[in-house]
Design a protein around this ligand. Structure first.
Ligand code: SAH
Length: 260
């Protein structure tokens, strides 16, 4: 911890010097700083439905319905990991969940906090990683969501383990990510980034995509049960999204931490 001393002003009161506490980045954090930088630099656009995050806005109603159907959101305490600008966090709060959103990027969190002024919802946004939260919030949440985030971290399995630690026994965890195969490479990277320019070039790294069998194994090894895996089929031309059995590109995973 580094103490930096600075002047602070408080109206007519005598000026005093107060230390600000700065916590330097931990060396072994499960964070890819270039990924964080990417999202930071796009943060002005989080709530622009025609901008860089258009696909997230388009698929959001289907994601929230899936979470609500499986985990039941009303009145539940929910942790949204990698919440970004709060697209999912807000939609869950709107159906009655008590949401805490965490992200490692400062700018997405600022966009998320700023948008609360417009939406009038209450969400607790914190700068944190899933792993860092386990020290203070173990077994605290009824539901943990981690959508479109695992493919941006160096060690996704560590995040899966942290989700298990953060959810209450008996609670539910929902993941969403991208499958790794030639079709997802062609559609999610070549098509979406280079041809259609749906999302900025470089948003995704193919090698970080995760096969359903891989995440299922990590979920089971963490001590949870995979209850459902569903494909999310997005049509960028008509901007529609539906669920189905085809897991080739985007998919959702519903897992449960057993009570015992
Ligand atoms: N979950 C949101 C946003 C997904 S974008 C949604 O689906 O709508 C991915 C987000 O994960 C970005 O905001 C990025 O800053 C965040 N992120 C990346 N690595 C992270 C980490 N290690 N810990 C917490 N957040 C992280």
């Amino acid at each position: 911890m580094i103490n930096i001393r600075h002047r602070y002003c408080s109206g007519n009161r005598k000026k005093t010097r107060r230390p600000i506490k700065i916590f330097p980045m931990k060396q072994n954090e499960n964070v890819d700083t270039s990924e964080i930088f990417k999202f930071e630099s796009q943060s002005h656009d989080w709530w622009n439905r025609k901008g860089d995050f258009k696909p997230l806005h388009d698929i959001n109603p289907v994601r929230v319905r899936y979470i609500d159907e499986h985990a039941g959101l009303c009145g539940k305490s929910v942790l949204d990991i990698g919440c970004g600008g709060g697209i999912l966090s807000e939609a869950m709060a709107a159906v009655g969940a008590v949401v805490t959103g965490i992200d490692r990027g400062e700018a997405p969190l600022n966009a998320a906090r700023h948008h609360l002024l417009e939406s009038n919802l209450q969400i607790n946004y914190l700068k944190a990683t899933a792993e860092s939260m386990t020290a203070t919030h173990a077994s605290r949440f009824d539901v943990v969501t981690c959508l479109e985030m695992l493919e941006h971290v160096p060690d996704p399995r560590s995040v899966v383990n942290a989700c298990k630690a953060l959810v209450k026994p008996g609670g539910d965890v929902i993941f969403a990510t991208l499958n790794r195969n030639p079709k997802s490479f062609l559609l999610a990277i070549v098509g979406a980034e280079y041809l259609m320019r749906l999302i900025p070039i470089g948003t995704h790294t193919y090698s970080r995509f995760i096969k359903p069998a891989e995440i299922s194994l990590w979920v089971r090894q963490a001590g949870m049960i995979v209850k459902d895996i569903s494909g999310m089929h997005y049509n960028p031309v008509f901007r529609t999204c539906s669920l189905g059995g085809n897991l080739h590109i985007n998919y959702l995973v519903y897992a449960n931490r057993p009570k015992g």
